[in-house]
Design a binder for this molecule. Structure first.
Ligand SMILES: Cc1ncc(COP(=O)(O)O)c(C=O)c1O
Length: 379
């Protein structure tokens, strides 16, 4: 399958220049059809369409695909409904009452908030948000903060605003020297970076559906290392927190012996099946090919942007396919409005006064050329 001919699967590409996967990744049309018709069938048919076997199949299917995506066993995958939910479920299950929690002052709020909230609750917990320097956080500054008092590091694999790729392996190695956990939010990485969570040596790796995985809203999942889930008791529990969920035993909690122990409730099954299909779709193309493609577009974009006078590129060299920039003396929102009003509108994001462009598998070299043309016109 050619990466340059996906407009049938992503019809939005026929009407506009969509460069916003870091916000929302469009879902392949076949997955939209499959997922919505599954949801509609359940809505119409109740248990006539959703048997217990089918319900198991949805979760098993997502754990299987999760295992292939993360590079781990399906037993090490837990299904959630969002990244924020997964981060909280894992973080609170650490049941910490003292120690230092580390993150950065440029992270997406869902990454820092569980740590900040835990520190509000327990007097013995402190937080250290390592400061960004020119919008980036040097790995050395994070490593320097990790000491014997550190209990956990909360960090993204790829930072949402600038696309900085954090050196997760180095952070994990240092954290493990002092017995601290590394909990990684990979929603801005999974879908284009070939993952090997074991190599990264992390304790938990969480991702959500609706960005680079091109899946419907409302689902997520996490790799949790066996060492971690063997140690933890989930703080939130529900009927699915059982080795045999269909026994419905209200007298005792028989925790599953795998990462599944973090799952607790029913959810939107059609959406979860949609995520299964989208991951299959991406893996069928090849995550490594998608990485190559996305980074090629990113490279052209950086090169061309660098030649436009007044453009200040924020994104550093170690980055994913996210390019963030501003234009001297210009309001980024005004630039965005002008780009949205081009004959072929460009769709991207403005965050904290910066313009963020995030091409993905459905974009082409022509899309980047059109964006550059548009920026030249506007400037
Ligand atoms: C790094 C990061 N984490 C989490 C989220 C959103 O998480 P949730 O699935 O809870 O909406 C975003 C959305 O922009 C994000 O960029």
């Amino acid at each position: 399958m050619s990466l340059n001919d996906l407009s049938d699967d992503f019809p939005i590409c026929n009407t506009l220049n969509y460069l916003n996967a870091a916000s929302i990744g469009p879902v392949p049309q076949s997955v939209i059809d499959f997922s919505t018709s599954f949801s509609a069938e359940i809505a119409r048919g109740g248990t006539k369409t959703l048997s217990e076997e089918k319900e198991d199949m949805v979760y098993d299917g997502l754990r299987d695909e999760g295992g292939k995506l993360f590079g781990c066993s399906p037993e090490d995958v837990a299904v959630f409904n969002s990244v924020s939910e997964a981060l909280n479920c894992i973080a609170w299950s650490l049941e910490l009452d003292k120690g230092k929690l580390i993150s950065t002052n440029i992270e997406f709020p869902s990454v820092t908030y569980p740590a900040l909230r835990m520190a509000q609750k327990e007097k013995g917990i402190t937080t250290k948000l390592v400061s960004a320097v020119d919008w980036h956080v040097p790995v050395e500054d994070i490593l320097e903060e990790i000491d014997e008092t550190t209990k956990a590091v909360f960090i993204t694999h790829v930072e949402n605003l600038t696309g900085q790729v954090h050196d997760i392996k180095r952070i994990s190695e240092r954290a493990h020297e002092v017995g601290a956990m590394v909990i990684v939010d990979g929603i801005q990485a999974a879908g284009y970076i070939p993952l090997d969570v074991k190599k990264l040596q992390i304790d938990a790796y969480i991702t959500g559906s609706y960005k680079w995985l091109c899946s419907p809203f409302g689902t997520g999942m996490a790799y949790v290392s066996k060492e971690l889930y063997d140690k933890l008791t989930p703080l939130f529990v529900g009927w699915r927190t059982a080795e045999e969920i269909w026994d419905f035993d209200p007298n005792v909690i028989n925790y599953p012996s795998t990462a599944r122990k973090f799952e607790y409730s029913t959810s939107a099954y059609g959406v979860k099946l949609g995520m299964v299909e989208s991951i299959k779709y991406l893996r069928n193309i090849g995550i490594d090919k998608i990485y190559e493609h996305d980074m090629k577009l990113d490279g052209i974009l950086r090169e061309e942007l660098g030649q436009i006078e007044g453009v200040d590129i924020i994104t550093i060299d170690e980055h994913g396919p996210i390019v963030t920039f501003k234009i001297e003396g210009r309001d980024s929102r005004e630039i965005n409005n002008r780009l949205r009003n081009l004959e072929r509108p460009v769709e991207l994001s403005v965050r904290l006064g910066l313009i963020r462009v995030s091409p993905h598998l459905y974009n082409t070299v022509e899309d980047i050329a059109q964006l550059i043309d548009g920026i030249r016109q506007v400037v």
